[in-house]
Write a protein that binds this ligand. Structure first.
Ligand SMILES: [Zn+2]
Ligand SMILES: [Zn+2]
Length: 437
């Protein structure tokens, strides 16, 4: 297949899942598979991480593919290394090639011995890794515009939709909508060019749903945060800042990406979602934030490229952007010391000291626990945390370590507001007349 590649797939690259959405993360691939970051750059015809980022952000023609087949092939090649001894294709001897596990068609081995040796670990993840590899391809339909699905206005109040089962119940039968995607031109092109057979329709429907769930998970998590803080979008318009927004939320982003909030709170007084982060990708959402309120019943998206505390100083304090009623962050990664030092600390202190309702999500429970620890050290008033009922259903493979449990976007959450009250920190004191709880 030759044919013109539409603009969006040009910026499609592996790893837009946040697993290496920053430079350190990207090069840390090499600690597991030496040279993997270089392979990815080579496949994409890029010289360094800067160029990789520029391409992802759509700022260069570099990294464009001649046709779909080449694009899918190059993507697949970034996953090619021996899952047992970590050898890359270039380290194999003459005539030797990497062979894929026939079950998942996702992990590779240099020899039968390596595969045998790895099986005790791999057998625990093989089934899941098959789904991961299918989802990785199906995700492309998000960039072609075939996804997301159209969804219905909520027939129940938001408070009664407590998780995916409730959400699915108000949508009725999704199958016709999923089938329309299955029979789309791009779905056809995808499997004609991908290096694996088209799955059965039932499997493919599941995959489309998982990809869709990741997309919806963002708006639904924001909606949940609105409710957790008791904010009322029917009482007044709400401004929501998405702090640390990055590739996941902004690459190929459309002005309609948070419209699920309009269906969740039909007839609301106006919602604005401002995406703020140094990794915000240029696109239609890159328009100035509102100083006042946008149209009623609609969710307005705007964006700002920079660190959150800078945005607050430059835009909010100068009244070029409305004050936030709520700040949400997806996978901030401030549990990593690097992340905290590089930018989260001033922002977290700002959120705390200005008493701003704040809600953050994590990829897994371990990340949640580390984040809770950090926030406690900052004496944040943590109001709650736990598994997110609107977690993405799409498993995410750790690229350099396939035989590890996959993670899920927005799988856990925590929310906090302001400083922990002194009374809660200290022992009761006899001289006090009342005790606040
Ligand atoms: Zn090997
Ligand atoms: Zn396998």
């Amino acid at each position: 297949m030759s044919g013109q590649i539409p603009a969006l797939p040009e910026s499609f690259a592996p790893g837009i899942d946040g697993v290496f959405s920053d430079r350190i993360g990207f090069y840390s691939l090499d600690s597991n598979v030496p040279g993997l970051s270089k392979v990815i750059l080579n496949k994409l015809n890029m010289k360094d991480y800067g160029e990789y980022r520029a391409a992802i952000e759509g700022n260069t023609k570099g990294g464009a593919f001649r046709n779909y087949k080449e694009m899918f092939q190059k993507m697949e090649e970034t996953f090619q290394f021996c899952a047992s001894c970590n050898k890359l294709p270039e380290h194999l001897s003459e005539g030797q090639t990497l062979k894929r596990c026939v079950k998942c068609l996702n992990v590779y081995y240099c020899t039968k011995e390596c595969q045998k040796k790895d099986w005790p670990q791999h057998k625990m993840f093989c089934k899941k890794l098959r789904l991961v590899a299918v989802d990785r391809l199906v995700e492309w339909l998000m960039f072609t515009g075939d996804l997301p699905l159209t969804t219905d206005k909520w027939s129940l109040p938001a408070a009664e939709v407590k998780g995916w089962d409730d959400w699915l119940a108000i949508q009725g039968n999704l199958t016709p909508r999923l089938d329309a995607i299955l029979s789309s031109t791009n779905m056809g092109a995808l499997w004609k060019n991908a290096s694996r057979p088209r799955p059965e329709d039932a499997d493919l429907r599941e995959s489309v749903w998982r990809v869709e769930s990741e997309f919806l998970s963002r708006a639904l998590s924001v909606g949940m945060a609105i409710r957790l803080f008791g904010l009322d979008p029917y009482f007044k318009p709400l401004t929501i800042h998405l702090a640390g927004a990055g590739l996941n939320e902004t690459m190929g982003a459309r002005l309609t990406d948070f419209d699920e909030l309009d269906r969740m709170f039909p007839g609301h007084k106006g919602l604005e979602v401002v995406m703020v982060g140094p990794e915000v990708v240029d696109g239609p959402i890159m328009r100035p934030p509102l100083t006042n309120f946008g149209p009623k019943t609609k969710t307005f998206i705007s964006a700002y490229k920079g660190l959150y505390h800078q945005f607050y100083e430059d835009m909010v304090e100068t009244e070029k952007a409305a004050k936030p009623d709520l700040v949400v962050g997806f996978h901030p990664g401030f549990h990593a010391t690097q992340g905290l030092g590089e930018g989260w600390l001033p922002s977290l202190l700002l959120l705390r000291d200005f008493n701003i309702p704040s809600f953050f999500t994590m990829f897994n429970e371990m990340e949640l626990n580390c984040s809770l620890q950090i926030l406690s050290e900052l004496e944040m008033h943590i109001k709650g945390s736990g598994p997110n009922p609107f977690s993405s259903q799409k498993p995410e493979q750790i690229q350099a370590c396939p035989n590890k449990p996959p993670s899920y976007c927005n799988s856990h959450f925590l929310y906090f507001q302001g400083l922990l009250e002194q009374e809660e920190l200290e022992q009761p004191d006899n001289s006090r007349t009342y005790w606040k709880v």
